[in-house]
Design a protein around this ligand. Sequence first.
Ligand SMILES: [Zn+2]
Length: 259
Amino acid sequence: MTIRIHPINTGRVALRPSQERRGPLGPLGVLLDRDWTDWRPILAWLIDHPEGPILVDTGETASVMRPGYLPRWHPFFRLAVRFDITPEQEIGPQLRALGCTKGDLRCVVLTHLHTDHAGGLAHVAGCPTLVSPAELAVASGAAGRLRGYLPHRWPADFSPQPIGFTPMALGPFQEGLVLTRAGDVVVVPTPGHTPGHVSVVVPCDGFNILIAGDTSYAEQGLSEGLADGGDAHPGTGARHTGAHTRLGRDRADDLSAQP
Ligand SMILES: [Zn+2]
C-alpha cells in the first residue's frame, strides 16, 4: 500500500500583504498595512499511511466567526486577519467524509499552535498529539495570548506529547523524529514563523513531500525565500525556506540516509 496525502481545506483566511512579504517596518508594518491579500486556504493534511493515518494540523474552527471568540483587544486579530469558516469545513466532519474517525488516527502533529492550525483540536481530543516543547512554551499562558495564541481555547484536557529530535541526515535537516515503524514519515524542526515550528517529511510517489505549515504562505514566498512579515527573527525563517526548496529538489531515496 502506498502513502497518500489528502489536503483538507478547513476554510480561508486573508492577511495583510506585508505579512507575506516583509516590509521595512517588520511586524509593525503588518498592523499599519491597509491592503488585504486574496483569500488563502487554511489547510490540514491527512497522511494515509499503512500503519494508520496521521493528521498534520487541525485547521480552523468556525467559532472564529462568532463575536467574542477572538480577542479583539489584540492588535493582530483586530487589524490584520480575516477568517471565513463554516462548521462543515471543520476537521471533524471532513475526516468523517474521508472515512476516518479520530479513533483511527495514529497521531496528530501540530506544526505550531496558531489558531488556524490548532482550532480543530476538539475534534481529535484524546488522540496522541505531538507538539514541540519550544512551541508549547511560547504559546501557553498569558504570555502566549499576548503573542497571538489562544491557549484558553484549547480543549481542557489538551496534554500534547513533546516532540524530541535525534540526530539524522535528511536532506538539509540534521535532526528529526521518525513517526512510523517503517521510518518513512519524519518530523523536522523548521523554526522561523514561530520558535517551535515543525514540518513533516513524507515520501510519496518518488518524492519527499514537505508538509511545511506556515514556513511560507504561498508558492511565491517559498520560491523567493521571502521572510515572514510577522516574524521577529526573519533570518531564521528565510534560511529554512531555502532548506525547504532544497528538500523539494531531493528524491525520496535521500530518506535511506536516515539512521
Ligand atoms: Zn501560523
